[in-house]
Design a protein around this ligand. Sequence first.
Ligand SMILES: Cc1cc2nc3c(=O)[nH]c(=O)nc-3n(C[C@H](O)[C@H](O)[C@H](O)COP(=O)(O)OP(=O)(O)OC[C@H]3O[C@@H](n4cnc5c(N)ncnc54)[C@H](O)[C@@H]3O)c2cc1C
Length: 728
Amino acid sequence: MSIWTVRCVCQKFCRQAHILANRRVLPSTKRIPAVINGISRPAHNSLYQMVKKRTLEARTKLQANKYPNNQACMKMPKTVEFVSDVDEDTQPPTLPTGQTQLGNVTASVTNQDPQFRVGFVDSKSYSTAKDVLKSSQCDKVCPQPLDPCKPAPKDPCEEFHKLRRESEITGGAQGGGCDGDSEDEQQKRLKLKCLLGALAALLAGGFVAWMMTRKKECEVDGDSPDDARKRAQLSGMITSPPSSEQLPKHVPYLIIGGGTAAFSAFRAIKSNDARAKVLMISNEYRKPYMRPPLSKELWYTPNANEDPIKDYRFKQWTGSERSLYFEPDEFFIEPEKLADSGNGGIAVAQGFSVKKVDAQNRIVTLNDGYQISYEECLIATGCAPKNLNMLRDAPPSVREKIMVYRTPEDFDRLRRYAMQKRSITIVGNGFIGSELACSLAHYSKENEGGKVYQVFQEKGNMSKVLPHYLSDWTTRRMEKQGVCVIPDASIKSALRDESQVKLELSNGMTLLSDIVVVCVGCTPNTNIAGTSQLEVDRTLGGFVVNAELEARRNLYVAGDASCFYDPLLGRRRVEHHDHSVVSGRLAGENMTGAKKPYEHQSMFWSDLGPEIGYEGIGLVDASLPTVGVFALSKDDAKRSDSHTDSKPADKSSEAPKQTTVVEGELQCNPSDEPNYGKGVVFYLKNDKIVGILLWNLFNRIGLARTIINQNKNYEDLNEVAKLFEIHA
Ligand SMILES: Cc1cc2nc3c(=O)[nH]c(=O)nc-3n(C[C@H](O)[C@H](O)[C@H](O)COP(=O)(O)OP(=O)(O)OC[C@H]3O[C@@H](n4cnc5c(N)ncnc54)[C@H](O)[C@@H]3O)c2cc1C
């Protein structure tokens, strides 16, 4: 095995990768014990541990088990000029800008795949996504049985149309009954009456048919009122307590928001003030729960077809089971009983919204005007998913096919579509969009479900986080997992079919989908800032707080909604689970008088299916220069060695050329999977390491944290990389 180093020096999108070295790793005896010892996780991280007990062993086992790769689609072309005389069999995998891989198959595929149609309403000679899929290497590299580009075995759209036609015919027949045997003289008047009657009956029949199809839509889009009530009762989705009047008038500790940061703060308060009485006010109708499994583990849990509404149990990657909820219902006390509780505890007011905080007088006002005074208050309102303006402003018929993704309700809704084998389009290439696309593709594969498309403007998945070569590689891996990735494309328009939404993309493709999930980031929930006279950061968003997470005296902000001052890395806002745990804990400690600054570097993680997992810490930002060091498999090492060996004298001056060659190989040969299978990427600012990404490397985040905290220049990053034992 060899170490493979890639340095990205361009500020924007890291266009250049330089191989710096191709040397043997130091033997594992060359560890630096002091640093290695720093790996152990601090105790506060128990919330993080609950979600994510990931060991390399567990992941490796998982990789070997029942989730085999699906087959690759192909690289999408940048433009969609129609080229009718392309020979599919001789198509190169990638084409220069301005050309396209679209083949001469447009008309022939139209009827085969209802998800991709040419000229949907108005029959233009579109080059559709199907054409792209068809014309790519997919036809060459995908074995037939697993080919994700072929039509689904059963076409839900066709079924829908059939049902609809039948109901219309039935309605029409019922409208008859005027074939009377009346006398000739009366025929004219009777005929007229009859015609009018038939027309009325037809209209009634049509109305019945419409109602019937509406009902079918409802069955897809939502529960019947009875079911909805039942599910609401099961999950406690009713305001609790029934009225704000039942909430205490005064509490020592008040937390606005009922998410991860809020719950972490409660834990810290309780461990510093054993009898603390804490009231959490959440506008969700649930007790505190974690979000990460919503886009990952829940979709891989074998019992995913069972109704998870009660406690959303899921299997962690390690195989152990747990619920989405941090604690069961019994852990909490009722808000009405909080004031009289001798030992204190935590109460959650569910379904109530705070509209104002009066920091001067320490009073919080709810939406209905009810006021609660506090001694210490934390704002942990998180963030809300963004939508695209064009979709938000679309007609209601389109909007009902568009959703964002953040809550268990969103999971339920999307799962209903997935279970019904519908085609799903994810918009966006960030963490949640990419995770969800992988999870849905997996779910679809396991259940012979519908197609999963991922559309985004950028060139590759996670391009804001990963250096471009890694983003490219990841995109190909996503395709292998069964996601039909459509990069370099934005949505130009969205129209509604009987059952689907038709997306016209900027690259000329037309995509038909049963549901569109918009995953384009989120906006911090700072609505109360204006009424509460709190400062919001103009650039980063979020409530501005100092290093102690204080917005005002006795008023703190933590989690996604806080824009805090990191003494090491400057002003930041972070939208990750561990940050919400770390900042929530710090705020909780400070609410009990600790007055500590934010010093602990939080980490994040993401999983793109069971085979790709990564963790990051510090400023993991693709616009920074990066150096990546990856373990190569035997074959790749040989290839790289031979390349270097052929030009030993030119090693440094030829670095960019080597890069080009390596990148070329990667782009042209999707089977070069091991290239970026495992490694570490350093993100640099003023030649200092400010961020570290651990790519399929686990249990090393403590070491990464130590290195960032050292805040110094390293002569040779290969030496630093060796500490991570990427071959271990
Ligand atoms: C699907 C998904 C997957 C994710 N996966 C990962 C992952 O793998 N790794 C990772 O590091 N991070 C992940 N994250 C991000 C992580 O979950 C968030 O960073 C974290 O939940 C933020 O916690 P929070 O407490 O700040 O906000 P939230 O969890 O959003 O909680 C805020 C709460 O406050 C409520 N609220 C808002 N305004 C008011 C108001 N005025 N009055 C009362 N209540 C209010 C909200 O309804 C919400 O319940 C994921 C997020 C999502 C959505």
